[in-house]
Ligand binder design. Structure first.
Ligand SMILES: Nc1ncnc2c1ncn2[C@@H]1O[C@H](COP(=O)(O)OP(=O)(O)O)[C@@H](O)[C@H]1O
Ligand SMILES: [Mg+2]
Length: 272
């Protein structure tokens, strides 16, 4: 008998190859990236579903961060970088020469490995992006601060110290603060590059629960070198090896029945 996930109340995995446009947040097409003469990404093609969590896994140096940074053009900041191919966000290619990169980064927020709060109060950190946009109304700013901190699962811990320096928070709290700052401007996509690798196990679990909650509102793409984390948080997982997208499937399939030998070797810990 064919296993029918729906019969068990489970959502069947999406068909990532034929993902329809209305379910697609990002479509990466024939993407190559060169750092100077060295090619770091080779003909990447993938559709990233809306409102889900997608992980990039693979050995150190395989190109996970490079691929993530292509999505909001953070690689533009690296000299001598050349990209060919397309990254479609809705109906626009983010590499189109008419794209306003600042605007793109408002739509596609990013959180890095080390929490990077600004030397300001907790409150000012969260509303930083809104101030940049020229929002002045105190009520609007207060509401945004509260709802973003709640969404980042930090409100209860900081509501009585909003005017204190963000540097007084623990590492895990700082990372949630940075996530609150990213979502305060309501991006469509949130990119997380190893967001828990500098955190203790308890803070890591808190962030993982948060990621799971965020996908009701945002499309989340996360780079992790921690396979258990990918298995816990993501709906689909992409295995990258030496700049190539080797296998991209729903997370269960990648971890239980990978079809490529390189994926299998990686998830069984043969290299890493
Ligand atoms: N700014 C850069 N300039 C030149 N080469 C780089 C740069 N950043 C990364 N690379 C190279 O690109 C490859 C992929 O790196 P990266 O995307 O950081 O891998 P990962 O995140 O999977 O560890 C590596 O060989 C790395 O040395
Ligand atoms: Mg990296």
């Amino acid at each position: 008998m064919i296993f029918d996930p729906a019969a068990f109340g489970l959502t069947p995995p999406l068909d990532l190859v034929n993902l329809p446009p209305e379910k697609t947040a990002l479509s990466i097409e024939n993407l190559d990236l060169y750092y100077g003469e060295t090619q770091a990404l080779f003909n990447i093609n993938m559709r990233i579903p809306k409102g889900q969590v997608t992980s990039f896994i693979g050995p150190s140096g395989c190109g996970k961060s490079t691929l993530l940074r292509c999505i909001n053009r953070m690689n533009d900041l690296v000299e001598h970088t050349r990209v060919t191919g397309r990254v479609m966000l809705n109906d626009t290619n983010v590499y189109d020469k008419h794209i306003d990169v600042a605007d793109l980064r408002r739509q596609v927020g990013m959180v890095f490995q080390r929490p990077n709060p600004f030397p300001k109060s907790i409150y000012e950190n969260v509303i930083y992006g809104l101030r940049l946009q020229g929002v002045k109304d105190a009520r609007t700013l207060n509401d945004a601060a509260e709802s973003s901190l709640r969404a980042a699962a930090l409100w209860d811990e900081v509501k009585d110290r909003l005017n204190e320096s963000a540097f007084g928070l623990s590492g895990g709290q700082q990372q949630r603060l940075v996530i609150a700052r990213a979502i305060a401007i309501e991006p469509e996509v949130l990119l997380l590059d190893e967001p828990t690798s500098a955190l203790d196990p308890i803070s890591t679990l808190t962030i993982e629960e948060l990621i799971n909650a965020l996908k009701t509102k945002y499309t989340v793409v996360i780079v992790t070198h921690n396979m258990q984390q990918a298995a816990r948080v993501s709906d689909q997982t992409a295995f990258i090896h030496m700049g190539e997208l080797v296998e991209y499937k729903d997370t269960d399939t990648i971890f239980t029945t990978p079809s490529d030998k390189r994926t299998e070797d990686y998830i069984t810990g043969r290299y890493g």
